[in-house]
Design a protein around this ligand. Structure first.
Ligand code: ZN
Length: 201
């Protein structure tokens, strides 16, 4: 048994930090120590920022993005092309595409991909909302920007079938996305090429 070297308050911070992606117990302890040592320039501003985010950030009722308003500022932006909806698995993918500045249309976040073995079926994803949006008159194209993984592609296949009844062109990213590639990890040039070279299904 290793001895506890810090009190329960610090242990709690370490345990919570250790749940973040990419942070194991050792890095969490290091991060906690850095925060505690730099109370004024890190710990206090971070705790304030987190409290504000917890209070104000909500999921957009239209696309699923996170923002302080719903519909989110992207959905409300009058300069965006409302005939195109780009479908992504996660909010991180939406943010990656926005950083690349290659999408002039709107987004739709599914909240993951179909994965029957993990109990993720169509009802666990925001698919009904997408079908509803696809049926509105202003929407003419649905671009499936899903990850080039087996799950991402089987989800794309399912969506293509579901969208067959709506009067829209369904397209997908063509080149540039490596097999197994997750959008969030691609550089902006690759993302731009993938969007430009999309092909109709
Ligand atoms: Zn939105």
């Amino acid at each position: 048994m290793s001895r506890k070297v810090s009190g329960p308050e610090i242990e709690r911070v370490v345990q919570l930090l250790a749940r973040l992606p990419g942070l194991g117990p050792r890095s969490a302890r290091k991060a906690a120590l850095t925060l505690l040592k730099r109370r004024n320039e890190l710990l206090l501003p971070l705790s304030e920022a987190l409290a504000t985010a917890a209070e104000k950030v909500v999921a957009c009722s239209v696309c699923g993005n996170l923002d302080t308003v719903s519909p989110c500022s992207l959905c409300q932006d009058p300069r965006r092309d409302r005939s195109l909806i780009v479908v992504v698995e996660e909010i991180g993918d939406l943010w990656a595409l926005e950083r690349a500045g290659v999408v002039g249309g709107l987004y739709h976040v599914l909240g993951g991909h179909l994965s029957p073995l993990d109990g993720v079926g169509p009802d666990q994803l925001n698919i009904a909302g997408l079908i509803e949006r696809a049926r509105t008159d202003e929407v003419t194209e649905i671009l499936l920007a899903l990850n080039a993984t087996v799950e991402g592609q089987s989800t794309a296949h399912y969506l293509t079938e579901q969208l067959a009844g709506a009067d829209v062109v369904v397209s997908r990213l063509a080149q540039g996305v490596p097999i197994g590639g997750e959008l969030d990890y691609l550089d902006e040039g690759t993302l731009a090429a993938a969007i430009k070279s999309r092909r109709r299904l």
